[in-house]
Design a protein. Structure first.
Length: 244
């Protein structure tokens, strides 16, 4: 997903006060929601340095990616996983740091079982974080080099692939300040933002369930309508007369 320079840049950013703030918010969300997803096999695609599956109780969990720390090396758009074999897939900011996000969704749809779940996090372009990205001096710095994807587009892609969106949430309402002092002072915006401007959070979370589309066979009426009417008409009763 990243080359070595960008991976190092990402790791350094998550060690900053701002990176720790985002990580705290995301880890809390994933810890809460994955605990209620059951099955046998779960994977996290990308961000191998962070265990967002730690609260899930499935017997087989692993991380896929090309960065250091992944259980297996794989590109998100070409998963070496058998079709219809996973119960849960996490995509923590996986879409915005890859060139072909729709291809990733196609792969997720392929590997998930029917009624399997995908959980996504992404940076919101229509937020103070999106403004900060547009004002960034260098597009090589994490996370500003990523392509922040509009939530409505993500929803459209999911619906296109027969996913049902079952839950969603915004977070990280504090402006992307670099100083720890300002981050602490503006923490009150977390609760205020969720109440007063809920769609302006710097990060969005989305949960969706895969559904298999089956065909409903409609049997055509081949008969002539007049023939049906003749068959349905009452048969006249013939009274047989007697000798008397």
């Amino acid at each position: 997903m990243f080359d070595s320079a960008l991976q190092q840049n990402m790791q350094q950013w998550f060690e900053t006060a701002l990176g720790q703030y985002v990580l705290e918010q995301e880890q809390r969300y994933f810890d809460r929601v994955v605990a209620d997803v059951f099955g046998y096999n779960a994977t996290q695609i990308g961000f191998a340095g962070f265990d967002f599956l730690r609260n899930n109780r499935m017997p087989f969990k692993f991380v896929l990616g090309v960065e250091k720390g992944a259980s297996a090396s794989a590109y998100p758009g070409f998963l070496p996983i058998r079709s219809n074999s996973l119960d849960l897939v996490l995509l923590p900011h996986t879409l915005e740091f890859n060139s072909y996000p729709l291809q990733i969704f196609h792969e997720v749809q392929r590997v998930l079982i029917d009624e399997g779940r995908v959980i996504i996090s992404g940076f919101n372009p229509f937020s103070l974080w999106g403004i900060r990205r547009r004002m960034a001096k260098s597009r090589m710095d994490f996370p500003w080099h990523g392509r922040f994807i509009d939530l409505s587009r993500v929803k459209d892609w999911l619906e296109l692939l027969d996913f049902e969106i079952v839950a969603g949430q915004f977070g990280c309402y504090v402006p992307p300040c670099t100083g720890e002092k300002w981050l602490s002072r503006l923490r009150f915006m977390e609760a205020a933002g969720d109440r007063w401007w809920p769609v302006a959070g710097g990060v969005y979370f989305l949960q969706a369930v895969k559904h298999e589309c089956g065909m409903h066979i409609i049997k055509p009426h081949w008969e002539n309508p007049s023939a049906r009417e003749r068959r349905a008409a009452a048969v006249p009763q013939i009274e047989l007369g007697g000798d008397g």
